[in-house]
Design a binder for this molecule. Structure first.
Ligand code: ADP
Length: 396
């Protein structure tokens, strides 16, 4: 089976053509500068092709992707009919979606209804879906929501302690994000530890970071909230912050709430604390050169991640497995070691040699550690392809 996985952003569109059973990727790439001019980067194995192609809308971007996939020289399939289904990443499923689903008119309407909750991403995700429907009307489309995995949270985790009318009238609550990644890692970890019933905390640490408390494969709590701004400090996001900070800054500097939120989303986090970069490699280089601001940025990050792990260990009333994933989680042995050093009180003990790895699926805790610690590289595209295949096969 061939599943085309699409992740459409406001001016970009990432794609992978993959086999959901084996995870083999036959081709992948990226359309950039949609609405501006248009550039396609297409990769087959180690072969990379870059082409400037006019992309006045997402529709032309999808056409460019399909054209190159069937190209006699650079393509990997003979005809678009060889694509059995398309899986779309959709950011916000609101309270409408607790699972992936095959796209029909009612699904499109429900995704539109969630636009106020995901104003930056949902319109772009919809454009990706509609563009595919237009150029391949007979191929099933599946929507996979970044929020869906978190819909098993109990009310005590997802409700905010604010007047009920905002929840009842406006759906204001914790939703959480990175759900496709947390779901993939939860599923893969269950295979690795050979059990279905256990308590785990997954740390998705990348440019955006979130933690997820998972019991028996189901999300119990997660650090992001109504939006991806909440939780631990990130590359450029502040993470949790007292709402009065917004009031103070807006009043003192004559900023609008939107401007202040833009600052909290794009100019904060470890970028702000270090004054150097949002990239953890740069922070580690700064630390090695004795840059105190880089040291503070890293220490703040480790401290807040460790605090979340501690609170989720309490929320779950124990923890069997801690997993690290995403750019920093997979590639940062020193980050993992620094975070785990806070957790010695609960019997977490790393094996320094095993931990000295990057991008590998591996048990990194010592044999006598009370909690297993794993690095589990995430694969959101594979999760999207698997969900897509499962739904399309079930509908046959
Ligand atoms: P996104 O949230 O954009 O998907 P990623 O999961 O790709 O982000 O993570 C990006 C982060 O991973 C960057 O901050 C980068 O510094 C970090 N990273 C990648 N490789 C390494 C490495 N070798 N050591 C430390 N950090 C790394």
């Amino acid at each position: 089976m061939n599943v085309l996985v699409i992740n459409a952003g406001s001016s970009s569109l990432k794609y992978q053509l993959m086999n959901p059973e084996t995870g083999d990727v036959s081709a992948k790439g990226l359309c950039e500068r949609i609405y501006i001019d248009g550039r396609l980067t297409h990769k087959v194995g180690d072969n990379k092709i870059v082409k400037d192609i006019p992309m006045p809308s997402h529709s032309e971007a999808i056409s460019a992707v399909l054209n190159i996939l069937v190209d006699p020289v650079d393509g990997v399939i003979k005809s678009v009919d060889e694509i059995d289904a398309v899986g779309h990443r959709v950011l916000h499923g609101g309270m409408e979606f607790s699972d992936s689903c095959i796209v029909d008119d009612s699904v499109i309407a429900a995704i539109k209804k969630c636009i106020p909750l995901g104003p930056l991403h949902n319109p772009a995700n919809l454009m990706g879906i509609e563009a595919c429907q237009a150029v391949m009307p007979k191929t099933p489309q599946v929507a996979v929501f970044d929020t869906a995995f978190h819909m098993t949270m109990p009310p005590k985790a997802y409700r905010y302690a604010i007047p009920t009318e905002y929840y009842e009238n406006d759906d204001i609550r914790r939703y959480g994000f990175h759900g496709t990644s947390h779901k993939y890692v939860a599923k893969r970890t269950a295979e690795l530890v050979g059990k279905k019933e256990f308590k785990m905390i997954n740390c998705h640490l990348g440019n955006g970071s979130s933690l997820c408390a998972i019991k028996d494969g189901k999300c119990q709590d997660t650090s992001m909230g109504l939006s991806p701004l909440a939780g631990v400090p990130m590359g450029t996001r502040s993470g949790d912050i007292d709402a009065c900070v917004v009031q103070f800054i807006c009043n003192k500097y004559g900023m609008s709430v939107d401007e202040c939120l833009n600052m909290l989303n794009k100019k904060s986090g470890v970028l702000a604390l270090s004054g150097v970069s949002s990239d953890f490699r740069d922070l580690e280089a700064g630390e090695a050169n004795g840059d105190e601001n880089c040291v503070l940025a890293l220490q703040k990050f480790f401290y807040e991640v460790a605090k979340y792990i501690g609170s989720y260990a309490a929320a779950l009333n124990g923890v069997d497995v801690i997993t690290f994933t995403a750019g920093v989680g997979e590639n940062g042995p020193s980050t993992r070691a620094a975070i785990c050093s806070y957790l010695e009180f609960m019997g977490v003990k790393l094996d320094p040699e095993a931990n000295n790895c990057r991008g590998k699926e591996r048990l990194i805790s010592a044999p006598d550690s009370k909690v297993q610690v794993w690095v589990v590289p995430t694969n959101e595209e594979l999760m999207i392809a698997q969900d897509t295949a499962e739904l399309v096969n079930a509908a046959k």
